[in-house]
Design a protein around this ligand. Sequence first.
Ligand SMILES: Nc1ncnc2c1ncn2[C@@H]1O[C@H](COP(=O)(O)OP(=O)(O)OP(=O)(O)O)[C@@H](O)[C@H]1O
Length: 233
Amino acid sequence: MTLILDTVHLTYPDGEQRLTALDRVSLQVGPGEIFAVTGPSGSGKSSLLAVAGALIAPDSGTVSIDGILLAGLDRAALDRVRRERIGFVFQQANLLPSLTVLDQLLLVSHLTRSPREAALDRARWLLDRVGLTTKSGKRPHQLSGGERQRVGIARALMGEPALLLVDEPTSALDHDRGHAVMQMLREVTVEQRTATIVVTHDLQYLPLADRTAAMTDGRLSLAPTRPEFSAAH
Ligand SMILES: Nc1ncnc2c1ncn2[C@@H]1O[C@H](COP(=O)(O)OP(=O)(O)OP(=O)(O)O)[C@@H](O)[C@H]1O
């Protein structure tokens, strides 16, 4: 899938004024591509994910997914796009404390009414993919921070999203674990042909992205592309 943001402007109410969170942001992310966004706290990174993920409508500009303009969809259609096409990974994995790792994943397929056998197969495959097969019967409090992050990523991939939006996947992790999580995101992006946006404070992980951009006061500056890297994928 291809996500396109064209001249997106987003403001929030701020007393008598409006605070500009996204200032004429344009970007395009295609299938199998990982796009990293960095920038200081408050620069608008989470707002960008919220707009890209159809959680917030911009004041102006357009967001389209595979050529379909989100602004043209009614609420039910937007809900369906979010449920069926978009996977979110939040800073905190937001796992349900009473459910095992496997059940966190199966809950997603229950909500989307997918057949149980197929869901079980996919959940097991994803847990293997993120290196958590031996932890599938554990509950969140029995996992490390990195393991919880990986459950969050596997859960986001359960619905086979075409667009994967990831907010600070490495914030709670040391260098090796952070690197492993980013590497895994790269691999699943290529394997599953998702269009992936990763927000990260951490500049050291940027080389794992196909393209990167820096956010400053709501403005997005694209870094030059690196054709020698993109060509290899
Ligand atoms: N719901 C809201 N209402 C009003 N202002 C908001 C709201 N959400 C975010 N903001 C403001 O919009 C700006 C951008 O916030 P945003 O969360 O997108 O930044 P960020 O780069 O993701 O920050 P961080 O790295 O700290 O998560 C900030 O000035 C923030 O205070």
